[in-house]
Structure formats: structure tokens, C-alpha cells
Design a protein around this ligand. Structure first.
Ligand SMILES: C[S@@+](CC[C@H](N)C(=O)[O-])C[C@H]1O[C@@H](n2cnc3c(N)ncnc32)[C@H](O)[C@@H]1O
Length: 252
């Protein structure tokens, strides 16, 4: 990790060529540092094969390796964790608030990790929040916050009996293979109340790239959710990734 890694920033669509420039700079940097290049090649072939078979990440392992950075792009230096979280909140919250015009009584923070957003969501809408995650290790790290309950769930979300007005998902599905996302999308859509809303934040790109962390096109992400009128409403850049924000209402 180096301080050369750019921080998260909002860039409007016209400036998206910045991503390309950053990628070129990183590739040049790799060519100038052969040991980093070899390390990258090793990780690409060895680790990606190891990881590709996994249905989802072992977040306990990731947390032990990267600490709290396990839930953000862990190329950020450790001391950028608070900054990245603050910046994400500054970007996401006004957009989320602008989309919600009706009272919200119950929110599902799906894949809540260490609960970075759950408490704020409860406060923002003065409602109850259920934070769920498949990683017991991460759920155990969530702080007790007013109006928030955290639960460990299985991949079919069998433990959830409630229905929600809003489901919030941030950087979860790009760690999950397509087939499982289709199943999850169906389950999550059924957990929404009539006219329930989905707010989804995910890495996107011009093409679909199957890797340890997947990049998917915005259209592919929208197609996972046929029961929700999901739209691409905004985007920002995190290091060299385009991160897209989607919002939609359940189709009745
Ligand atoms: C990159 S972290 C993001 C955590 C949190 N949303 C945040 O932004 O701080 C992805 C999270 O998704 C969780 N996750 C992965 N697959 C899941 C699944 N099928 N059901 C629930 N949570 C899942 C992981 O355990 C991890 O905590």
C-alpha cells in the first residue's frame, strides 16, 4: 500500500477518462517495479484460481489480513479508512434521501459488514434497521446502536421473517457469482413490501469481468432484479473503479 493511491472522489461522467489515466499510471508503475509486477502475476493466477471456486469470500480471513479495510477497497492505506467511509457517506446519503418521499419504517442493510451505514440509516429515517451478513466474524464487530439489530444469515436468508420498505446494499454483490446473485435478487425482491425500494451501490465497468472481485456492466446489474424497476442514478470513482448507484421501486 502506498500513499500514491488516489482517494475516493466524485467525478462527473465527462471526466471519466480520469479512470483510464489512473490505470495507465498504475500499469507504468508496475513496469518500473518488476517485483510488484511478479507479485501481481502470481496473485492473478494463483489466488484467483483459489478464489474463483468460492461462492463468496472468507471475510474473516480478509479482515485478519486487512482489518477494517476488508469492507472497502483494501488497496486504500489503512489510515484512509475513516476518510473513505466519510466520503462515501457524503456521496450516498444525499442521493438516498432525495429518492425517498414516503415514510420508511424498516430497512434491511444487506451485507452490512461491520455496520458502517446501519446506525446512520436508522437515524436518517427514524426507523428500525436490520443489518445482516453471512460473516459472523464481521457481525460480532458491529457496535450496538439504537434501533439497529444485527443478524448472521445463511445464503438463502432463511432467518429473515420481516418485510422491508427499503433494502440498502453497498459493495456486496460483486463478490458473489452470477447464479447466486440471481437467486439472492429474487429472495431480496420478495422481502420488499409493496412499493418497497432498493438502493444499491456496486462497482461497474464497460464490460463484464469475471475475477476475484467482479466488474459488471450497469445493465447486467439491473437485469439481476427483474421485479424491481431499478435505474442507474449516479456514480463516483474509488481509486480507479467506477462505482455506480442504483435505485428502484418494487414492481407490483
Ligand atoms: C465489501 S463488504 C461491504 C460491507 C458493507 N456493506 C460496507 O460497505 O461496509 C461485503 C459484505 O458482504 C457480505 N456478504 C457476502 N455475501 C453475502 C451474502 N450472500 N449474504 C449476506 N452478506 C454477504 C460479506 O460478509 C461482507 O461483509
Amino acid at each position: 500500500m502506498t500513499d500514491e493511491i488516489p482517494k475516493i472522489e466524485i467525478i462527473d461522467k465527462k471526466n471519466f477518462s480520469k479512470i483510464k489515466n489512473r490505470k495507465i499510471t498504475r500499469y507504468l508503475n508496475l513496469l518500473l517495479h518488476p517485483s510488484q509486477l511478479l507479485n501481481k502475476i502470481f496473485n492473478k493466477f494463483y489466488n484467483s484460481d483459489k478464489m474463483k471456486d468460492r461462492s463468496s469470500f472468507d471475510y474473516k480471513e480478509l479482515y485478519l489480513q486487512h482489518g477494517r479495510n476488508a469492507v472497502i477497497d483494501h488497496r486504500h492505506p489503512y489510515d484512509q479508512f475513516e476518510y473513505v467511509t466519510k466520503k462515501q457517506k457524503e456521496i450516498l446519503y444525499p442521493i438516498l434521501k432525495s429518492q425517498i418521499n414516503e415514510p420508511i419504517t424498516k430497512i434491511l442493510d444487506f451485507g452490512c459488514g461491520i455496520g458502517r451505514f446501519s446506525g446512520d440509516l436508522a437515524e436518517m429515517f427514524d426507523c428500525n434497521v436490520m443489518g445482516v451478513d453471512t460473516s459472523k466474524h464481521l457481525i460480532d464487530l458491529c457496535n450496538n446502536v439504537k434501533n439497529v439489530n444485527y443478524f448472521v444469515v445463511d445464503e438463502k436468508l432463511n432467518q429473515i421473517k420481516d418485510k422491508f420498505d427499503l433494502i440498502f446494499i453497498c459493495n456486496v454483490i460483486n463478490g458473489i457469482p452470477d447464479q447466486k446473485v440471481f437467486q439472492l435478487a429474487e429472495i431480496l425482491s420478495n422481502l420488499l413490501n409493496k412499493s418497497g425500494k432498493l438502493f444499491l451501490v456496486e462497482i461497474t465497468g464497460k464490460k463484464n469481468i469475471e475475477n476475484i472481485w467482479r466488474t459488471r456492466t450497469a445493465n447486467k446489474i439491473i437485469d439481476f432484479f427483474p421485479k424491481i424497476d431499478l435505474r442507474h442514478i449516479s456514480q463516483y470513482i474509488d481509486i480507479d473503479n467506477e462505482v455506480s448507484i442504483f435505485f428502484g421501486q418494487k414492481i407490483n
